[in-house]
Design a protein. Structure first.
Length: 314
């Protein structure tokens, strides 16, 4: 439920929301590129030596290696033997699903961006970072996996021109066991549906990450006095005579909702991340970048790290 009061942006009709999103997309693209550039600048490259067709670098020959691995032309230039290493080719697909349902348009006076804007900025920035590292990016039901350098523009165009209903949870699909799935949503759907979604996406053994993006007002419930709350995806309203008396019960229900989601992610080896829109988008991007591939089997982008995933706040 969202509070209908002056310090909260109202959720407009679907057509108006689509036009507003299209108008704001250039700004969101610029913000995504800025965040991605900040993160890329602070990261080590993902390139690794291994089997592949593309040359990566030369390195010194190590005693015990087969002589056939020596690059004699390069070695003839000085007094050392060199091996020609190929770039590691283990690119896999990362499926990113940003929730674009009406509830994501909410923003209180405690944050500068809507949940929708934060979800799209992080989705596009993460796509930019991962494609830079040689990975493929897809959006379930919207964009086929691509490693295109203009992936941000492809995502933006696919979203702006998508005529389908904006569901709260991703469509049913079966990711490859070596793929990873990232769900960016406020997760205010009934907990049973959220658990069912996680179980279905992990049925093939594919690792994944569930990110709950929330406005700080949705956590702290900073309301008092007579308030009318409007359900953004159904239009139902409920009026509180003294909203402050609801705070304790509200917070308890939020914690219970999250505990049940967390139980499912823990059971399936997925990570569960909570991100508030009053925090920088770069925090969430760095957290996701570190979580990718750190599942139970150590698969994925960071498969060489092999660290187990845990809940984090970003």
């Amino acid at each position: 439920m969202e509070a209908a009061r002056p310090d909260v942006a109202a959720v407009g009709p679907a057509a108006g929301a689509s036009r507003a999103l299209a108008a704001s997309m250039p700004r969101l693209i610029l913000e995504a590129r800025r965040v991605a550039a900040t993160v890329i600048h602070g990261l080590h490259g993902r390139r690794r030596a291994g089997s592949g067709e593309n040359f990566w670098q030369y390195r010194r020959f190590v005693s015990g290696e087969a002589a056939s691995r020596v690059d004699w032309r390069r070695s003839a230039r000085d007094d050392h033997l060199y091996v020609r290493e190929q770039e590691w080719e283990a690119a896999h697909t990362v499926w990113i699903w940003p929730d674009r349902s009406p509830s994501m348009a909410f923003v209180s006076n405690l944050a500068e961006a809507t949940k929708l804007e934060r979800s799209l900025v992080v989705a596009m920035a993460l796509a930019e970072v991962l494609v830079e590292g040689g990975e493929r990016i897809g959006i379930p039901g919207l964009l086929r996996p691509t490693a295109s350098r203009n992936v941000v523009e492809k995502i933006a165009q696919a979203i702006v021109h998508d005529p389908s209903e904006r569901a709260s949870l991703p469509p049913t699909f079966s990711p490859s066991p070596l793929a990873e799935t990232i769900v960016l949503s406020d997760l205010w759907s009934p907990v049973g549906r959220v658990q069912e979604m996680i179980a279905q996406l992990s049925a093939t053994g594919a690792p994944g990450h569930v990110v709950q993006i929330v406005d700080p007002a949705e956590e702290t419930f900073p309301y008092s006095g007579r308030i009318e709350f409007v359900e953004p995806e159904g239009g139902e309203t409920i009026t509180a005579g003294r909203a402050e008396t609801w705070r304790a019960d509200y917070v308890a229900r939020i914690e219970q909702h999250r505990a049940e989601i967390r139980a499912e992610t823990d059971r399936l080896g997925w990570s569960f991340i909570i991100h508030r829109t009053d925090r920088p988008a770069s925090e969430l991007l760095l957290t996701l970048h570190g979580q990718l591939g750190a599942g139970r089997e150590g698969l994925g982008l960071n498969r060489w790290r092999g660290a187990p995933a845990r809940e984090q706040r970003a």
